[in-house]
Design a protein around this ligand. Structure first.
Ligand SMILES: *[C@@H]1O[C@H](CO)[C@@H](O)[C@H](O)[C@H]1NC(C)=O
Ligand SMILES: *[C@@H]1O[C@H](CO)[C@@H](O)[C@H](O)[C@H]1NC(C)=O
Ligand SMILES: *[C@@H]1O[C@H](CO)[C@@H](O)[C@H](O)[C@H]1NC(C)=O
Length: 195
C-alpha cells in the first residue's frame, strides 16, 4: 500500500495538470472548427498600448520610377474629379519629408477616386514597416481622403505582428503637391492601440 502511494500521487498530479491545461485552452463552447480560448493565450492580458507613428508618405506618379500607377482610368466625363480612376501604390514611407531621409516602410495598396463632387479617395493600404523592432509588422488603413481638405482622418482597422488587434486612426496633412506632375508628399500621424 505504501509503495502504491507515490504512483497514485504522480497519476493525480498528471491528471490535475492535464485538466488545468484543458481549462486554459478551452474556456467555452467548442464547435469543432471554432472554439473560445483564454485571451491570455494570445497576449490579450497585457496592458493595451497607444503608439504614435509619424512619417512622410511619398506618392510618386511621374518620372521613370513611379510608386503609384494608374490601373483603371477615370470614367468618361469625370472632369476634374477623376471619378472612377484607381491607382495601385507601393509608396515609400520616410522619417523626414525628403525622400532621401530614412526609409521606415512602404504603404502598399490602392486608392480609388470615389467622389463625383471633389477629388475624394477611398484608400485601402497596408503600412509594411521594415525598421527596427517593427520590421515585418503591418498596420492597415481603410478610409476616405478628400485630398484638398487641410487635415483628413482615416480609420486604422487592424494590424499584424506587433500591431495585432490594432485599432486607431491616421491624421494626414499634405506637405507638398504638384498639380503638373501630380506627385505628393503627405505627413501621416497615426495613433494605434495595440497590445
Ligand atoms: C460627355 O459630355 C459631352 C458634352 O456634355 C457629351 O456630348 C457626351 O455625350 C458625354 N459622354 C458621356 C460618355 O457621357
Ligand atoms: C527585416 O526583416 C527582413 C526579413 O526577416 C530582413 O531580411 C531584413 O534584414 C530586416 N531589416 C532590418 C532593417 O532589420
Ligand atoms: C512641379 O513639377 C514641375 C515639373 O517637374 C516643376 O517644373 C515645377 O516647378 C513643380 N512645381 C512645384 C510647385 O514644385
Amino acid at each position: 500500500m505504501a509503495r502504491m502511494l507515490p504512483i497514485l500521487a504522480s497519476k493525480f498530479i498528471i491528471f490535475s495538470l492535464l485538466s488545468l491545461l484543458a481549462m486554459i485552452l478551452v474556456t467555452g463552447e467548442n464547435h469543432g472548427f471554432a472554439r473560445n480560448l483564454d485571451q491570455r493565450l494570445v497576449g490579450l492580458d497585457k496592458k493595451e498600448k497607444l503608439t504614435h507613428i509619424r512619417f512622410y508618405w511619398h506618392d510618386i506618379v511621374s518620372g521613370r520610377n513611379p510608386s503609384a500607377v494608374q490601373i483603371v482610368p477615370p470614367v468618361a466625363n469625370a472632369s476634374a474629379t477623376f471619378f472612377g480612376a484607381i491607382n495601385i501604390i507601393d509608396d515609400p514611407m520616410t522619417i523626414g519629408p525628403k525622400l532621401s531621409s530614412k526609409l521606415i516602410g512602404r504603404a502598399q495598396g490602392f486608392y480609388a477616386l470615389a467622389s463625383q463632387e471633389e477629388v475624394g479617395l477611398l484608400m485601402a493600404m497596408n503600412f509594411a514597416f521594415i525598421d527596427g523592432k517593427y520590421n515585418g509588422s503591418t498596420v492597415t488603413v481603410l478610409g476616405r481622403n478628400p485630398v484638398f481638405s487641410k487635415v483628413r482622418e482615416m480609420p486604422v482597422i487592424g494590424g499584424s505582428g506587433l500591431f495585432r488587434f490594432a485599432r486607431g486612426y491616421a491624421q494626414i496633412k499634405t506637405y507638398y503637391s504638384n498639380s503638373t506632375t501630380r506627385d505628393a508628399i503627405v505627413e501621416y500621424n497615426v495613433y494605434v492601440l495595440h497590445y
